[in-house]
Design a protein. Structure first.
Length: 259
């Protein structure tokens, strides 16, 4: 049976591919495979992960028959809890995560994107949370994660209109980090993510932890934890080696192992 999710390892980089074209719809089967792939990343962490999709679009959204199968609110709550767990687990992975959007990216795929650390988009990409067409609100954290990046007003507009927005607009909103030309997009995002994978992985994890505290309690909470988090990096081989390299050879000469 064809798989909907593929997880490949390229040295220190993991590449998770949504591979159910032409629409890459969210189904119960895809959910199970995606959960399993995330479990592999949790069990054997790479130094960075790239999430991408095959086909002309990233995703056309959720297979609506999945919603039709829910007969009451209690059943829907179970399904939505399982769906929300996917981006929540991605957000807590202890290494850089990059989402590559080369085309149309709707609903669940966008919600996975904003759970990643960095979103890279082709100039041809478009994004939308279009749940309003079935009388629903997004359930996988997209609304609140979009608000964290772009503000509450933008999140309300995005969800309530159900419109699609181009990559340039979302870059202006601080949702998309960078927009690349369509030609050579795959190569550009792999190079970007590979560079992250070759960096100080433990320091990147520390940065994510500091920002997690910031998101929870602002600058004050982050300040309560930053010195402990940063001091812990003195127990890593990467920091010790990079300091010695800097003193001996100057900046930018150190190599990192992730330890």
């Amino acid at each position: 049976m064809a798989t909907s999710i593929r997880l490949d390892r390229e040295d220190d980089l993991a590449v998770l591919t949504i591979a159910s074209p032409p629409l890459n719809l969210y189904t119960a089967e895809l959910q199970g495979e995606l959960s399993e792939a995330i479990g592999e990343l949790e069990a054997t962490p790479p130094r960075a992960a790239l999430i991408r999709a095959e086909g002309k679009i990233v995703s056309g959204g959720v297979d609506v028959s999945l919603f039709d199968a829910q007969t009451n609110a209690a059943e829907a709550k179970v399904l939505f809890d399982e769906m929300l767990a996917i981006p929540d687990r991605i957000a807590t992975l202890p290494f850089p995560t990059v989402f590559a959007a080369h085309g149309l990216c709707l609903t669940w795929a966008f919600e996975v994107a904003v759970a990643c650390d960095i979103i890279l988009a082709s100039e041809k990409a478009k994004f939308g949370l279009v749940e309003r067409v079935v009388g629903l609100t997004p359930t996988m954290g997209g609304t609140q994660r979009l608000a964290a990046r772009a503000g509450v007003g933008r999140a309300k507009e995005f969800v309530m209109t159900g419109a699609t927005y181009d990559a340039a607009t979302l870059e202006r909103w601080n949702v998309v980090n960078r927009v690349f030309p369509a030609d050579g997009f795959d190569e550009a995002v792999r190079a970007f993510t590979t560079d992250l994978a070759q960096g100080p992985t433990r320091a990147h994890a520390a940065t994510k932890k500091v920002l997690e505290h910031y998101e929870h309690g602002g600058v004050a909470e982050a300040n309560e934890h930053i010195t402990t988090i940063a001091a812990g990096l003195f127990d890593t081989e990467d920091l010790r080696g990079a300091v010695k390299s800097f003193l001996a050879d100057g900046p930018g000469k150190a190599t990192f192992t992730g330890r």
